[in-house]
Design a protein. Structure first.
Length: 85
């Protein structure tokens, strides 16, 4: 089972014990105003209604959640490698 971007973002926010409004307020401190994220936008991201965030917004979220951008796209459940003969 693969984890969607929406599920990963929600899990990361909860892991960091942040509310959506807290994430929105923290994002206002982003060096570039394009990285700002509203509570409504975050809600749409986490519900899967918005599924194409800008790179700047992803970078802001990664900074807030203290993860690398690649972590959002790597499969969470890795299959065991097949044995070769």
């Amino acid at each position: 089972m693969t984890t969607t971007l929406a599920e990963k973002l929600k899990k990361l926010r909860k892991k960091n014990k942040l509310s959506m409004s807290q994430v929105a307020r923290i994002s206002e401190l982003a060096p570039d105003h394009r990285g700002g994220i509203t509570q409504g936008y975050l809600s749409r991201l986490e519900s899967g209604k918005e599924n194409n965030p800008s790179l700047m917004k992803l970078m802001t979220l990664c900074s807030i959640y203290m993860v690398e951008p690649n972590d959002l796209f790597v499969k969470s459940s890795l299959k065991k490698p097949r044995k070769t003969r």
